[in-house]
Design a protein around this ligand. Sequence first.
Ligand code: FES
Length: 117
Amino acid sequence: MLSIRRIVSIEDFENIRKEIRVGRDPNELIISVCTGTGCIALGARKVVEAFKEELEKEDLKEDIEIKETGCLGSCELGPRVIIYPDEICYFKIKPEDIPEIISKIGIKRRVVERVRV
Ligand code: FES
């Protein structure tokens, strides 16, 4: 279990990252949607709901987890989405992009180049 502590160096930060990752399945598919203030203002809530609906529709709820995160930086390019474990970054995502993204990552893990950076 992680404890609250002060980060005073990059090494401290990296050590905490490693601790967080211990025990995780490195191949777990996670859709990380920024729900920081900037992305919320640009429609992140609708994006999260669209992901949930699409996973339900495609019967992928057990295979892909959706996580909401704090600000990932570059808010003006939101809503931002990162697909793990491949760390595929998407910017300016709209609900209408979600079916295509899900169809590509599904289990085959392809990428939607049109909105990828
Ligand atoms: S609020 Fe989403 S990137 Fe900053």
